[in-house]
Ligand binder design. Structure first.
Ligand code: CUA
Length: 313
């Protein structure tokens, strides 16, 4: 702990957020001092003196003062809106070269899958100096992924994939908390994020059993669950080709245009009758209750990799 009981500063966002925080604190202190000093001066200067007859209330009218303080207040309001939204929006969109971690929240643990497929429970090892995007899914109720040392917090909502990203700067071990009440053992739903230098991280990965990457699990399911029967290139069924799909705009049968993002692909698997792609029959079977927890995320991860290959061509 340093800096007046704030948690460690271990990510690029932590630095930006702390600067914002201290700027706000400094500005607030200035305003408090200014108002306090004015109250003090005015109460001395305009106090009721003994023996002096009370005058009528003095009226000070100054258009200049009026315009000045209105403009100054408006300026600072806009400035802080701009400053806060810039810092906050920076946490939304990850750099495109970010490493991809998948974290599943369930009562009451965090299950992490590395880009290499290595898995951990209630732990997450990351290298310094690389942006990391965390794809968050919940198997049951709403949880919230909070790493104070990185100044990031994101709700994990069942039925949708949320993402949050960070770039760790300082090796060390930092606590991970669940900050959404999620049942009896919410309080013990904690973990540790271990930040290592890139060399240490590579050495650590070597000691771990190779796992299947989420996209590889998805590729296997794509065949096993029967998706490839219609969506493979050689298929006789008239079904959309999924390569190059991810991130593109898709025309729908009802005339709408949607972007094929994680939410769209997830819905296409679980609620296929809702958004029919233009030019196709609504023949896609509904996979709600057929695919297990985590399998939809794996399929979405696989279809995302198809999209990236497609975009790269
Ligand atoms: Cu999970 Cu609280």
């Amino acid at each position: 702990m340093n800096r007046a009981a704030l948690p460690d500063q271990a990510s690029t966002q932590a630095v930006a957020f702390d600067q914002l925080f201290w700027t706000m604190v400094g500005f607030s202190v200035l305003i408090v001092l200014l108002v306090g000093a004015l109250i003090f001066v005015f109460s001395l200067r305009f106090r009721a003196r003994t023996g002096v007859p009370r005058k009528s209330v003095a009226v000070l009218e100054s258009r200049r003062v009026e315009i000045f303080w209105t403009a100054a207040t408006a300026f600072f309001a806009v400035f802080f809106f701009w400053y806060t939204s810039t810092v906050t929006l920076d946490t939304v969109e990850a750099p495109p070269d970010a490493m991809e971690y998948h974290v599943e929240a369930k009562q009451w643990m965090w299950k992490t899958r590395h880009p290499s497929g290595v898995r951990e429970i209630n732990a997450m090892h990351v290298p310094t100096g690389r942006p990391v995007t965390v794809f968050l899914n919940s198997q049951d109720v709403i949880h919230s992924f909070f790493v104070p040392a990185f100044r990031i917090k994101k709700d994990v909502v069942p039925g949708r994939t949320s993402t949050v990203w960070f770039e760790a700067t300082k090796p060390g071990t930092y606590p991970l908390f669940c900050t959404e009440y999620c049942g009896t053992n919410h309080a013990v739903m904690t973990g540790e994020v271990t930040v290592m230098t890139p060399a240490d991280y590579a050495a650590w990965l070597e000691t771990r059993a190779e796992g299947e990457t989420l996209a590889a699990t998805g590729a296997r399911l794509f065949t096993e669950a029967g998706c490839s029967g219609c969506h493979a290139e050689a298929s006789q069924v008239h079904a959309p080709d999924l390569s190059g799909l991810f991130g593109r705009d898709r025309p729908l049968a009802n005339g709408d245009i949607v972007t094929a993002d994680t939410a769209y692909i997830r819905d296409a698997i679980l609620l296929p009758e809702r958004d029919i792609a233009a030019g196709f029959e609504p023949i896609m079977p509904n996979f709600t209750g057929i695919l297990e927890d985590g399998e939809v995320e794996a399929l979405v991860a696989y279809i995302r990799t198809l999209g990236q290959e497609g975009l790269g061509q």
